[in-house]
Each structure stands twice: as structure tokens, then as C-alpha cells.
Design a protein around this ligand. Structure first.
Ligand code: ADP
Ligand code: GLC
Length: 484
């Protein structure tokens, strides 16, 4: 498992949760998993930084050869060895990819290094994986590197690559000059291989060369073959359609489980949800300085504050929901304009709106448990994890019908209510009116306790664990091996 981030070593988003959740589930199912990750010195807690192995790898980068040192660590509560690639020049930084809003100018070089160093680690430690599973643009290049340069190397002849696409909006699109650093032959710089409108596109290269492609929900697997969601890669994804599978992410139930969540005042199950959530709501209102009123429906949001996450809809409808009989709690960071918008709204209605700009695991858990409605109006959402946490915590998700949101939340209708499948509130057009109408409907439904309990029950009885999704990945791995 090769990734640029994985919890608990380093995390910027869902990618880190997924890499670890899947690895653990594979481990539990009896497969032998190793992780290869950068050693992000400022993010990896010291007790997880492992031991130096004393071994170095040399990664060719253009005419240079760049050395990285390998540390060996362990993913807690697993049999999984994590090889951490230590190169302070590349990875001892204040951010993983971005600093002060701008991408690091040497990101291409950093992640070419990571991909090459990972393949060298396989060599140095005699890892002979059946599958090299890579994630997103940061490690996508390992797929062409394996098939063009490393396939014949000791032990990697039969290794097959799988690339998981977590978000097509980030592709690693770099000037042509970067090609030289990769060591890949110039002849491959053509429109059907590495080239993308004159640039070298890491994600496209991965899409072309990986033996199998997966993405993180069935709906997104289809969406990305269309211009609206493919960000220019829809053509290559259609071309590779037979090799592309959508598998819904699971939830890491070690960390997200209301029955044993250390961040809640009182853990709860489907049988004690009413009391458990009431306690959590009260704690949440206190923590965020809102009026401790149990009757007002409370809406929560935990998110990167970007356009992807539907913040423009929240902004466009603010004047309307601000006067609704409800409370709102926002936790996130991202684009400055959204940070300002939310803190301004909180200032205008301090007993009903709270906004905390920043990143906080404990608060994210408390919001998932204490809110009544969880807002996820994303413009696009490859999978999304928070709506699944919400389902498990008896918090009703309100979502736009895209990607993994469409696959994990079932809209409340008379039929779905009768069939006990309704789990949330879904809007279909990405417009301010549709969002606001659905929000109003959700707030009104809160007053109907029978329907509310049914929604909670249905959500809380879903199996969202990784075990099932991991089985689907194993099928993909087997298909990749069969194609050898
Ligand atoms: P994405 O990876 O696109 O940001 P996901 O829903 O897949 O979206 O995953 C986001 C993850 O990051 C979740 O685990 C969520 O709880 C967490 N997260 C996002 N923002 C914050 C925040 N401000 N504080 C705490 N956790 C956050
Ligand atoms: C990306 C997507 C998110 C998904 C996560 C993990 O960050 O934006 O929808 O849940 O990857 O796969």
C-alpha cells in the first residue's frame, strides 16, 4: 500500500482514513500488507516514527541520484509494517502538499521521488508484492514506473498495480520538463500515454498504466467518465472502463463508533441513542457556546471549506437559514472567503450559530454525535466519510445526490419510510433553492419524532464496516493478477 498519507502517521483528508481502514481490513482477512509512506516528520507522532533501519535507497531523479533513509514502523493494532521514507528536504515541512495556500513548487519532484523510492524499497527489503496499490496523483506514477522500468527487476515481474482515484479534481499536472526527472522514456510522452495538453499528468499516467483502476463509490465511477466530473480525464477513463470499478469506502469502526467513542460524554448504541445523543447535544452546545436548548434542531458541518463541499450553497442561502428556528455548528478550514463568511454569521447570531475555524478530531466526533442533521451539500463527492459517520451516530445526513453521497444515503419518501430504508434528506439539483427547500423539510421533519426515530434506526443498522468493501478490493486484486 503506497500512499502520501495514512492515519495515524499523517492526514489531510479522507484519503488517509481510507488507506489505513482498507489496510487493516485486508490484514484482518489474512492478507499480508505492508505500507510505504513518506516520513512526514512534523506530523508523525514520535511513538509511531519507528526505528531507523540503517538502510538507504537511491532514487534516480533525472541525472541525480537522491538518497532517502528508511525507517520501519508498525501500524498500531495490526501486523502491518510501515516503511517510512525519510528525506527531510522533501518531507520535513509544515504542510503535506501546500503551505500558506500555495502548492509547494517542488511537488512534482517530491512525489516522483516518493514513487521511485517506494519501488526501490521493494528491492531493498525484498518485498515481492502481488499487488502494488497506489492512491491519487501523489503515488500514481508508481504504476508506469513499475510497468516500464521496474517490471523486470528482481521479484517484481508478476507484481500488478492498482490505482485508486479518490478525487479527480487533483491530478498532479506539471510542465513537460518534469518528464526528465521521472526516468520514463520520452517516446511515452504522447496523448494516449503520459501527455495531457502539453503537460505531464501524473494521474493520467496512472490511469493509463495501472493494471486495474478503482474509485471510491459506484456512482463516482460512472460520473468520472463524463465531462462534468472527469476534469478532462473522462476520455481515458471511458477507454479504461472495463478495468475501472467503484467500491464504496468503509468506516474505520475502531475510531468511529458511538458505542466506544472516548470523545462523547456518554457512549451509546441503537438502543440508547435517545439519551446518548441528548447528552452529546448538550455537551456540544456548551462547547460551542450555543443556547442549551434540546428542542431546537441542530445542524452540523465538518469539512474542508472549499467549493467541492457545497459551501457556495450555504453562503447563498445564509440569510434564509439564519432566521430558521434551528442551530448551526461549522467546523473546518480552507478558503478564506468561507472562513470569513461563517465566522461573520456566528457573530451575528451567537446563540444559534457557531463556527470554529481549524481542525479538531475531538470536536468532529462531538459534532457527529451531538448534531441532529449533518450537512453535506457537496457539489461533487467521490465518496465522503462524514455522512457515513453520521449514519452510524444516529445523525441524519442531508446530502446532494452525487458520488458516494448518492450511494450511501437513501432519501426519505413514503416508500422508503415504509420499507425501512430511508436514512436521510437528499436534494438532486445543485441549486440554492433545492438545498434550502430540503433543509427546511429536514428541520420540519425533526418535529415528527416517529419518522425521526425510523431514520435513525435505519441508518444505525447499516453495515458500513471495511470488511465488506475490502472483499471487493480483493476481487479487484485477483482480477489484476489474472490479467498478468
Ligand atoms: P475529503 O477527503 O474530501 O476532505 P472525506 O469526507 O472523505 O472528505 O474525509 C474528510 C475527513 O477529514 C473525515 O474523517 C473528517 O472527519 C475529517 N475532517 C475534515 N475537516 C475536519 C476538521 N476541520 N476537523 C476534524 N476533522 C476534519
Ligand atoms: C477524497 C474525496 C472524498 C473521499 C476521500 C477518501 O478526499 O474528496 O470524497 O471520501 O477521498 O476516498
Amino acid at each position: 500500500m503506497l500512499s502520501s498519507e495514512a492515519v495515524p502517521f499523517a492526514k489531510t483528508g479522507g484519503l488517509a482514513d481510507v488507506v489505513t481502514g482498507l489496510s487493516r481490513a485486508l490484514d484482518r482477512a489474512g492478507h499480508e500488507v505492508a505500507m510505504i509512506l513518506p516520513y512526514h516528520r512534523r506530523f508523525t507522532p514520535p511513538e509511531l516514527a519507528g526505528e531507523p533501519t540503517g538502510r538507504a535507497v537511491q532514487a534516480p531523479l533525472g541525472r541525480q541520484s537522491v538518497q532517502g533513509w528508511i525507517r520501519r514502523s508498525q501500524l498500531p493494532d495490526s501486523r502491518i509494517t510501515a516503511y517510512l521514507i525519510d528525506h527531510p528536504g522533501y518531507f520535513d515541512r509544515s504542510g503535506l502538499y501546500v503551505d500558506g495556500g500555495a502548492d509547494y513548487p517542488d511537488n512534482a519532484e517530491r512525489f516522483i521521488f516518493l514513487s521511485r523510492a517506494a519501488l526501490e524499497v521493494c528491492d531493498a527489503f525484498q518485498l515481492r508484492p502481488d499487488i502494488l496499490h497506489v492512491h491519487d496523483w501523489q503515488t500514481a506514477l508508481a504504476a508506469p514506473l513499475l510497468s516500464v522500468l521496474y517490471r523486470r527487476r528482481n521479484g517484481l515481474q508478476t507484481t500488478r498495480s492498482v490505482l485508486t482515484l479518490h478525487n479527480l479534481a487533483f491530478q498532479g499536472n506539471f510542465p513537460r520538463a518534469v518528464l526528465e526527472l521521472t526516468g520514463l522514456p520520452v517516446e511515452l510522452f504522447t496523448w494516449d500515454k503520459l501527455e495531457f495538453w502539453g503537460n505531464l499528468n501524473f494521474l493520467k499516467a496512472g490511469c493509463v498504466y495501472a493494471d486495474r483502476l478503482t474509485t471510491v463509490s459506484p456512482t463516482y465511477a460512472w460520473e468520472i467518465t463524463t465531462p462534468a466530473f472527469g476534469w478532462g480525464l473522462e476520455g481515458v477513463l471511458r477507454h479504461r472502463g472495463a478495468a475501472l470499478t467503484g467500491i464504496l469506502n468503509g468506516v474505520d469502526t475502531e475510531h468511529w463508533n458511538p458505542a466506544r467513542d472516548p470523545y462523547l460524554p456518554q457512549p451509546y448504541t441503537i438502543h440508547t441513542v435517545e439519551q446518548g445523543k441528548a447528552r452529546a447535544k448538550e455537551a456540544l452546545q456548551r462547547e460551542f457556546g450555543l443556547a442549551p436548548d434540546p428542542r431546537l434542531p441542530l445542524c452540523g458541518l465538518v469539512s474542508r471549506l472549499t467549493d467541492q463541499k457545497g459551501l457556495d450553497l450555504i453562503a447563498a442561502t445564509a440569510e434564509q437559514w439564519l432566521t430558521a428556528p434551528a442551530q448551526f455548528i461549522f467546523l473546518g478550514s480552507g478558503e478564506r472567503r468561507y472562513e470569513t463568511l461563517l465566522t461573520d454569521l456566528a457573530r451575528r447570531a451567537p446563540d444559534r450559530v457557531a463556527a470554529v475555524i481549524g481542525y479538531s478530531e475531538p470536536r468532529a466526533h462531538l459534532i457527529e454525535a451531538g448534531a441532529d442533521i449533518f450537512l453535506m451539500p457537496s457539489r461533487f463527492e467521490p465518496c465522503g466519510l462524514n455522512q457515513m459517520y453520521s449514519l452510524m451516530y444516529g445523525t441524519i445526513p442531508l446530502v446532494h445526490a452525487v458520488g458516494g453521497l448518492a450511494d450511501s444515503v437513501t432519501n426519505l419518501t413514503p416508500d422508503t419510510l415504509a420499507q425501512n430504508t430511508a436514512t436521510g434528506f437528499v436534494f438532486y439539483d445543485y441549486t440554492a433553492d433545492a438545498f434550502l427547500g430540503t433543509l427546511r423539510w429536514g428541520l420540519a421533519t425533526y418535529q415528527n419524532r416517529d419518522v425521526w426515530r425510523a431514520l435513525q434506526r435505519n441508518g444505525m443498522s447499516q453495515d458500513l464496516s471495511w470488511a465488506r468493501s475490502a472483499e471487493r478490493y480483493v476481487e479487484v486484486y485477483r482480477a489484476a493478477l489474472a490479467s498478468a
